[in-house]
Design a protein around this ligand. Structure first.
Ligand code: AVJ
Length: 315
C-alpha cells in the first residue's frame, strides 16, 4: 500500500499537469473529514440519496421487481456505515423477503462496525460481510446461480473519468448474469452555484479534506509541504457536468519528499489536480453503459431533482 502510494505521488508530482489520486483521501483523518462533509448543509448529495431510500423504499422494491418467494443476493460495493441501505434492509426484512445482504468493503473495520449495528437494529437480517477488492470479491460470487442486486451508492462512480467508469461497468457487467441488476446512485448535472458550494463549504472542511492528502505525504513519505502555502480550488463546468478539485501553490517553491529522495518545483499559481466528481444525466449514463450488457430499466429521483438512483439491468 505504501509502495503504491509512493509510486502514485512520484508519478503525479512529476507530471506536466501535476495530479494526486483522490482515492488516497481516505486515511483515518480523511474518513472522519468525509463524515463531516456528509453532514454539511452545503453537501446535498448524501441527504438527497437518503431521502430516496427513506421516502421511496417501497418504490425501490417494486422497481427492482423483487419477489418474496424468489431468493436474491443483495451486494453492496463500499458499504460504509449503511445509513441509506438500512432503510431498504428494514423494509425487506419486515416484509420477509428471501435474501442475504453482502456488504463489500476494503476496510474490515468498517465491515465489523456495520455488522454490529445491523445485528442490533435488524436482528433477523442475514449479513455476510466480504472484505476486499470489489472485483476479487465479485469473482467469488461467480458460481452462485442466484439473482443479484448490486448497490453502488453515493455517486462514488463520479470519481472515475467516463473512460474508467466504462471499463468498470464492462467488468461488472461481465461478472453478472441475465436479469441481474445494478442500483447506481449518481449526482445529477445541475446549476453551478449549487454544485460549487457543495465542494467549497463555508467551514473549510472540504479544503481540509483535500489538504489532508499533502499531510499524508508529509507523514507517510516524509515530505515537507508547507500546507498553508496551498489553497483549495474547486471548479465546475456546468455544460460538461464535471466538478474538479485542485490545490494551488500560492508561491514559487520547492517541496522535498524524503521517501522519494526527490524535490518537486511548484511555480506560483501552479495547480495540482486531485479529484473529479462527475455529474450525470440519462445520456451520460447511456454512454458509459454503451459497451456493457446493462440497460436503464428505471430510475428514482429525490424531490429536489438533485440525485438519481438508476436501475441498470443485464439484458
Ligand atoms: C464520495 C466521491 C461521492 O465526489 O462528492 C466530497 C467525495 N469530495 N467532497 C464526491 C467528496 C469532496 C464525494 N464522493
Amino acid at each position: 500500500m505504501i509502495e503504491e502510494f509512493k509510486e502514485a505521488v512520484n508519478k503525479g508530482l512529476s507530471a506536466k499537469n501535476k495530479n494526486l489520486p483522490s482515492k488516497y483521501f481516505y486515511d483515518k483523518k480523511g474518513d472522519a473529514l468525509f463524515v463531516e462533509i456528509m453532514n454539511l448543509p452545503e453537501y446535498y448529495l448524501t441527504r438527497a440519496e437518503y431521502e430516496i431510500f427513506k421516502n421511496q423504499t417501497l418504490k425501490i422494491i417494486t422497481s427492482l421487481n423483487l419477489k418474496k418467494d424468489t431468493y436474491f443476493e443483495l451486494i453492496e460495493l463500499g458499504a460504509g456505515d449503511g445509513t441509506k441501505t438500512k432503510e431498504l434492509l428494514k423494509l425487506l426484512d419486515k416484509e420477509a423477503y428471501d435474501f442475504d445482504y453482502f456488504p463489500i468493503d476494503f476496510s474490515q473495520n468498517a465491515l465489523d462496525n456495520l455488522d454490529k449495528t445491523l445485528q442490533t437494529e435488524i436482528p433477523s437480517l442475514s449479513v455476510k460481510t466480504k472484505q476486499g477488492d470489489y472485483f476479487k470479491v465479485l469473482e467469488s460470487f461467480k458460481d452462485s446461480k442466484h439473482q443479484k442486486v448490486i448497490l453502488f451508492l453515493g455517486s462514488n462512480i463520479g470519481n472515475m473519468t467516463d473512460d474508467i467508469a466504462n471499463v468498470f461497468l464492462q467488468n461488472l457487467s461481465a461478472s453478472l448474469a441475465l436479469g441481474d441488476q445494478l442500483f447506481l446512485g449518481v449526482d445529477l448535472i445541475k446549476a453551478k452555484d449549487i454544485v460549487l458550494t457543495a465542494y467549497n463549504d463555508s467551514k473549510g472542511i472540504t479544503a481540509a479534506f483535500n489538504l489532508n492528502l499533502l499531510n499524508r505525504i508529509n507523514t507517510e513519505l516524509k515530505g515537507n509541504f508547507a500546507i498553508n502555502t496551498f489553497k483549495h480550488l474547486p471548479e465546475y463546468d456546468e455544460i460538461e457536468g464535471i466538478a474538479k478539485s485542485f490545490l494551488v501553490s500560492t508561491k514559487d517553491q520547492d517541496v522535498f519528499v524524503e521517501a522519494l529522495n526527490k524535490s518537486f518545483h511548484f511555480y506560483k499559481d501552479e495547480k495540482i489536480h486531485l479529484e473529479v466528481s462527475r455529474k450525470y444525466n440519462d445520456d451520460i449514463i447511456n454512454s458509459i453503459i454503451a459497451k456493457t450488457k446493462f440497460k436503464i430499466s428505471d430510475k428514482l429521483t429525490d424531490s429536489n431533482n438533485y440525485f438519481s438512483n438508476y436501475i441498470l439491468k443485464i439484458v
